[in-house]
Design a protein around this ligand. Structure first.
Ligand code: HEC
Ligand code: HEC
Ligand code: HEC
Ligand code: HEC
Ligand code: HEC
Length: 188
């Protein structure tokens, strides 16, 4: 032990440790920064426009009600609506670049490779259904989508976030609390 302390007292060693420490801290800082900037998506899909048109979340994310995954719309689902928009029937009308990309995916019959934004690791069990059934709006966890273009991460999705809400929602139900805080509920 004394030997280790002696080594640590050498200025050159402290310097190396400091650099290592700084690299770690700035690395972590960069990760936080990275998760807060929305990932680049294959098409800049404007939620604000579509939510503003009163298209329901569940029309594009139908699994959120009944299943674990909310799901994302296919290129054909987008097209089913977009090909009917009268505005673009006139061949002289210039298509916006993002809709040209959509047309490309449809013509190539190629799924749009959307980049996931909200992710829980494989060893965690998250299911939309019980949450939506308990009356939690999408907005509680995903923020106001009428103000977002592509989805932006509004929550640090970690264990503390899940547990804090589970505690808040079960203040007067000890039985449910025990279940919602037990490890096996979220980890198999
Ligand atoms: C139920 C109908 C409907 C569905 C489904 C739909 N859209 Fe739209 N979308 C519209 C309407 C209406 C507009 C606004 C009209 C316009 O200006 O072109 C629009 C606008 C857009 C725009 C902006 C165009 C511009 O002017 O810059 C893009 C990009 C877009 N949609 C992509 C998509 C993609 C990708 C999907 C599938 C994930 C999709 N839309 C699904 C109806 C729909
Ligand atoms: C209690 C918080 C919570 C609520 C409420 C919630 N979500 Fe989610 N959502 C999540 C989490 C956590 C993930 C990441 C899940 C994963 O990686 O398996 C997610 C993922 C998603 C995804 C990504 C694709 C997928 O299938 O997982 C979509 C889309 C989505 N949610 C839409 C919705 C919609 C629409 C609603 C409302 C009907 C909603 N969510 C309500 C927490 C929530
Ligand atoms: C017209 C189709 C459409 C509608 C309506 C729509 N979305 Fe989306 N949503 C998409 C597409 C396409 C993506 C993938 C691109 C992205 O991440 O922004 C997406 C992504 C998301 C994500 C991130 C998914 C992930 O990968 O983690 C969430 C959360 C989400 N939507 C929630 C909502 C909510 C809540 C509403 C209603 C207020 C809604 N969406 C309405 C098409 C739609
Ligand atoms: C905003 C509040 C909130 C957040 C955030 C939240 N939950 Fe929940 N969760 C609930 C409520 C409320 C219930 C209880 C529903 C009921 O049975 O009444 C629940 C139930 C559950 C259940 C039990 C489902 C069943 O089958 O009974 C699991 C598993 C779960 N949540 C996992 C998670 C995970 C994992 C996260 C984080 C990624 C999370 N939850 C985040 C509110 C939340
Ligand atoms: C309400 C859901 C929920 C409950 C209950 C829960 N966890 Fe987690 N746990 C998560 C989520 C989500 C993650 C992944 C995100 C993260 O690492 O914070 C996680 C991650 C972990 C990790 C990995 C940490 C890491 O840094 O990779 C361990 C270990 C863990 N949980 C242990 C436990 C134990 C032990 C319990 C019971 C005392 C428990 N969890 C209860 C949701 C939960």
């Amino acid at each position: 032990m004394q030997k280790l302390i002696d080594i640590l007292k050498k200025p050159a060693v402290q310097y190396t440790l400091l650099i290592g420490f700084l690299a770690l801290v700035s690395g972590a800082g960069w990760m936080v920064y990275q998760t807060q900037v929305p990932p680049e998506q294959p098409i800049e899909f404007p939620h604000n426009v579509h939510v503003g048109l009163q298209i329901q979340c569940l029309y594009c994310h139908p699994g959120a009600f009944r299943q674990a995954s909310a799901g994302l719309p296919t290129q054909n689902k987008c097209w089913g609506c977009h090909q009917q928009l009268k505005k673009y029937e006139d061949p002289s009308v210039q298509w916006p670049a993002e809709l040209e990309k959509l047309r490309g995916y449809v013509e190539r019959n190629e799924p749009i490779p959307w980049v996931p934004v909200y992710i829980v690791p494989d060893f965690v069990h998250f299911n939309h259904r019980p949450h939506v059934a308990a009356g939690l709006n999408c907005e509680v966890c995903h923020g106001d989508m009428s103000k977002q273009v592509v989805a932006e991460l509004q929550q640090t999705v970690n264990m503390g976030w899940c547990i804090t809400c589970h505690q808040q929602k079960t203040q007067d139900d000890p039985e449910k609390r025990a279940k919602l805080l037990s490890c096996e509920t979220c980890h198999y």
